[in-house]
Ligand binder design. Structure first.
Ligand code: SF4
Length: 323
């Protein structure tokens, strides 16, 4: 099964041959113990997490260790009993900051290879009942359809229309030509100093089954492997040369081949009229915008008329200069 909006073919091609395809429970525990307590654990990824038979056990481990946990799943591979267990034991932990997002097959066939089954329908029914009876903030259902319609085989279960979907190029990893016009936002090229819109520290990373840590969930081509959490500590990765290079490229306008330069989630910074960096658009971690967006291509700064000193200062200067 594949999703047209997730370029998994790029990941498959770039993933080292012979390395594990599934994260083992033991390695998950090793990594969990290395993560500082502020780091949210997302059961998500560049493939469906519940296609790993240990996914529910991993979820239990993370929740029971009082970690902040988010879940992004298509429900493929999750049994109805697992759904009941997760909802019953951990449903109270769903929140806007730790969401559970259920990605459903749609009427456009964007979830390639999906086939309806009674098991799938029953698993989904348990989440729909959870939404109906408890409706926690942070539980949501989505499709990748422009109209928000689910696959015909599920329309008797999901009667509400879901929000319409428009994709992004996953930082240039999707080919616009393979989509109908308008299905993806127009490609971007960020030329200025920038940060990630999700984090100012480039620490929304993705763990692959072999322990490799990617910059983020856009990096399907494994362009920025920042370290390995099975062989390094979290701190060593974030103090390391690869992330240092990423930060240097991010702060230097136009520099390098940084993935973020093609990403809709990047936020640019400006020095305009000053010497301090200021955001030019809202970020998830800072809704306050303090600078005007900069037009691109760069325009020369308008000439400011020479400012006269304030009257008091002028009088003092006149006295000093007269000496
Ligand atoms: S700006 Fe985009 S490419 Fe860069 S780290 Fe954030 S999500 Fe990833």
């Amino acid at each position: 099964m594949a999703c047209r909006f997730c370029p998994q073919d790029r990941l498959v091609k770039s993933y080292p041959k012979g390395e594990p395809r599934d994260l083992s429970l033991a390695d998950f525990l090793t990594v969990l113990e290395k993560l500082p307590s502020h780091v949210r654990v997302d059961l998500s990824g560049m493939a469906e997490p519940w296609l790993n038979p240990d996914a529910t056990a991993m979820a239990i481990l993370a929740f029971e260790r009082r970690r902040a946990v988010a879940v992004y799943t298509t429900l493929q591979g999750m049994t109805p009993d697992e759904a009941t267990l997760l909802i019953g034991r951990f449903g109270s932990r769903v929140s806007p900051e730790t969401p559970w997002v259920i990605h459903l097959p749609d009427d456009e066939g964007n979830m390639v290879g999906w086939r309806p089954s009674e098991t799938y329908r029953e698993t989904l029914s348990r989440f729909l009942a959870f939404a109906r009876l408890q409706g926690p903030d942070g539980l949501s259902f989505m499709t990748m359809s422009a109209t928000g319609s689910v696959a015909p085989a599920l329309q008797d279960l999901v009667r509400d229309t879901l929000p319409p979907f428009r994709g992004i190029s996953r930082a240039g990893n999707l080919n616009q030509e393979e989509f109908r016009p308008g299905a993806l936002l127009a490609a971007v090229r960020q030329e200025h100093a920038l940060l990630c819109g999700s984090t100012p520290f480039f620490d929304h990373n993705v763990l692959l089954p072999n322990g490799d840590v990617l910059l983020c969930c856009m990096d399907y081509g494994r362009q920025h492997v920042v370290g390995n959490l099975l062989t390094q500590t979290y701190e060593a990765i974030h103090a390391g040369a690869t992330l240092g290079t990423i930060r240097a490229q991010a702060m230097t306008p136009s520099a390098g081949t940084l993935l973020c330069r093609h990403c809709h989630n990047a936020v640019c910074l400006s020095h305009r009229d000053g010497t301090h960096w200021r955001l030019t658009a809202a970020a998830m971690w800072s809704p306050d915008v303090a600078a005007e967006p900069i037009p691109y291509p760069l325009q020369p700064a308008p000439q400011q008329p020479a400012r006269l000193p304030r009257p008091g200062l002028r009088r003092m200067l006149e006295r000093v200069l007269a000496l």
